[in-house]
Design a protein around this ligand. Sequence first.
Ligand code: NAD
Ligand code: UDP
Length: 350
Amino acid sequence: MKTKFLYRYLSMILVTGGAGYIGSHTILVLLEAGYDVVVFDNLSNGSTEAIKRVERLANRKVHFEHGDIRDRKGLDEVLATYPVTAAIHFAGLKAVGESMKKPLEYFDNNVSGSIQLLKALRQAGVFNIVFSSSATVYGDPGTPVFNEEMPTGTPSNTYGYTKLVVEELLKKTQAADPRWRVALLRYFNPVGAHQSGTIGEDPAGIPNNLLPFIAQVAVGKRQQLSIFGDDYPTPDGTCLRDYIHVMDLAEGHVSALQALKRFDKGGVGIWNLGGGQGHSVLEMVKAFEKASGQAVPYQVAPRREGDLAQFWADPGKAKRELGWEVERTLHDMMADTWRWQSKNPNGYQK
Ligand code: NAD
Ligand code: UDP
């Protein structure tokens, strides 16, 4: 895998939110592919320890700039200092429940922050951007297989709305100025960790997402998992999701960056990043137990508001146009999550 992208040209990528979960794995893949990286992160949910560990894994330097994407001056300074050719934009808030309680903070970080970033990039003459979007922009289309030809829908939460708004912002910005080359990457359910177990997901407080919660139960930090509903119209009654290994996801970003080079007249590319297969919550519990050798006690709890019964990606477009598809199995996702969790029970805090 390490040599997969090496024949590409080299350049410097601005990675907003690069100290976070998906960002840290992506900067590792970027470095291994020969790119230089400058991370811009306000550390509200990221860690400089993650960056240090990435540097050790890649044996290369990451340029780190502490700053907030809503601060135009800070962005301008970074863009004046480094010869950036493209941006990968991860920075933002992502907690679904919190977004319903703090809509202003979510629109401010995710939407206003993106506007400042686009203005700063335009001023610096950087017109290549890869954006972290989400399958949530499809809303509830009434079919479980989501493909990029479908219209976007109504996201069930405020976080999802901010993703939809930024997608529209990017589309309209590109339509008005064809110099822009934009990739909208719609992630399905990112899980897992780098296979070394040295970088991974480090949620603050009680995890909202399934796999970090399972991992914390297995390591003894939480008593039991609550499975949100077992009466869905699915084979075992629990919800199905398309879980994707974070390293596959990270590699998808490098493929998208390279695809943008081929948009010689500018344009917007929309790609699902998923594996194309749904796994139920119960399947996830069983697969984790098998990979880790740990028991994961659970109870069945009421359904969680806003959850769809089942959906997964049609990954065909990404395969055809990016030459990208997932390589890692469900077992890899579980084994790598467990390696990270068991080696780092307190995340990046030793
Ligand atoms: P994360 O919270 O681990 O990483 C986000 C990073 O952005 C953090 O390091 C945080 O400190 C930084 N950040 C937040 N607001 C900032 C601001 N205003 N200025 C500068 N830095 C800021 O989240 P993640 O899971 O790595 O997600 C990365 C991106 O992918 C996010 O945009 C998220 O919405 C999107 N996404 C994530 C998932 C998922 O399940 N993890 C799914 C779909 C989309
Ligand atoms: N889930 C669960 N218990 C938890 C967390 C999540 O049963 O503690 C379920 C949730 O109902 C959904 C699936 O696991 O069906 C994935 O949820 P997650 O929050 O990880 O991702 P989402 O698909 O909501 O983005």
